[in-house]
Design a protein around this ligand. Structure first.
Ligand code: NAI
Length: 343
């Protein structure tokens, strides 16, 4: 058996512990590639350690530089700041990787295989916002400033280009709005084209698309795209759009890749409406675990996990309620483990 990789495991809130249990059982059946350090964050962090992102959790990720995370609850309006955003900042997780692949046929689009690579730290999400008062209206004018740096654009584009080569992708589309936001998104386009010419020319095809046209083209003919790389706000929107093309949140994993760590998660939240009922679909987090295995060079184990998920959903027809099936989380996990052992 190959050696175990140290990794931090955050079960999270709501359905988090249920789907994390499913993933750890499946990974054990694959040969237990990770040695887990269990930590808390989110609401569970507040409850058991008095902090939504306890120092012990940060220290663990500093050590392992690798984490699998269940969803973390964030109160709307008041309350504490999102632990997800804090983790992104703490570990400079500059790239958000969101693959969207058709897993269950019969949806709106068949045979889709797209990847959105989103810049995660800069752009219009840096939070430089203020109001200007005019007369007695304190919110008469709202102002937001965005910032994209050459270095930030380059490292994200370099990550997307290297990802395309390592994964045998045929085309990368740079998505921008440089016709209107000439500086803010022009720098991203300019840096991408310059980097391609200098270092990557001919290793995959390059394409440039304006964000609004891209949204329309994705809905009309998504197969024309392969890897999409873009700035923070556009990436946030496009990555949910592509999740919708392949059947929604329950099937979509995400990876946050940074200079100091990589954190893998499901795209969905803690689903408080079904928490504790044993009906949650663990597929998105299982796919996040497959991405984590690939990130660590364990391609064979990742491929076995992906094949077993596919066989469980399609050949065996074992599906949770959100996919129109009748299986609970444990029944799905048992069927998956049988496939992993038999595969
Ligand atoms: P949500 O994604 O938790 O739920 C939306 C709907 O999808 C619900 O009806 C839920 O039952 C269903 N759903 C989600 N995941 C499912 C799964 N695996 N299996 C079956 N059904 C599933 O979004 P919501 O309700 O807006 O957010 C709840 C909490 O989660 C909030 O506190 C929010 O801040 C947090 N959140 C955390 C995220 C993270 O940690 N990465 C991401 C998104 C939300």
């Amino acid at each position: 058996m190959s050696s175990q990789i140290d990794a931090t495991l955050i079960p999270g809130d709501g359905i988090g512990p249920e789907i994390v249990e499913s993933v750890t059982i499946a990974l054990d059946a694959l040969g237990a590639p990770f040695r887990w350090e269990r930590c808390v964050a989110g609401l569970e962090g507040v409850r058991s350690a008095g902090d939504p992102l306890p120092a012990a959790t940060i220290d663990s990720i500093k050590r392992t530089r690798l984490a699998l995370k269940g969803p973390l609850e964030t109160p709307s309006g008041g309350g504490y700041r999102s632990s997800n955003v804090r983790l992104r900042e703490e570990f400079k997780l500059y790239a958000n990787l969101r693959p969207a692949r058709t897993l269950v046929p019969g949806g709106r689009f068949e045979n889709l295989d797209l990847v959105v690579v989103r810049e995660n730290l800069e752009g219009l999400y840096i939070g430089h916002e203020h109001y200007i008062q005019i007369d007695d209206d304190p919110h008469a004018v709202a102002i937001a400033t965005g910032a994209n740096t050459r270095q930030g654009c380059r490292r994200l584009l370099e990550y997307a280009f290297e990802y395309a080569i390592a994964n045998g992708r045929r085309k990368v589309s740079i998505v921008h709005k440089a016709n209107i936001m000439k500086a803010l998104t022009g720098i991203f386009l300019e840096t991408g084209l310059e980097l391609y010419e200098r270092k990557y020319k001919g290793r995959f095809a390059i394409d440039t698309v304006i964000i609004d046209a891209c949204a329309m083209k994705l809905v009309q003919n998504p197969w024309q795209f392969d890897v999409l790389v873009t700035t923070n706000l556009f990436g946030d929107i496009l990555s949910d759009l592509v999740a919708g093309l392949v059947g929604g949140l329950g099937m979509t994993p995400g990876a946050n890749i940074g200079a100091d760590a990589a954190i893998f998660e499901a795209v969905h939240g803690s689903a408080p409406d079904i928490a504790g009922k044993g009906v949650a679909n663990p597929t998105a987090l299982l796919l996040a675990a497959a991405m984590m295995l690939e990130h660590c060079g364990r391609r064979e184990q990742a491929a076995r996990l992906r094949a077993a998920i596919d066989a469980t959903l399609n050949a065996d027809g074992v599906r949770t309620g959100d996919l129109g099936g009748r299986a609970g989380t444990s029944e799905f996990t048992r069927a998956l483990v049988a496939r992993i052992r038999g595969a």
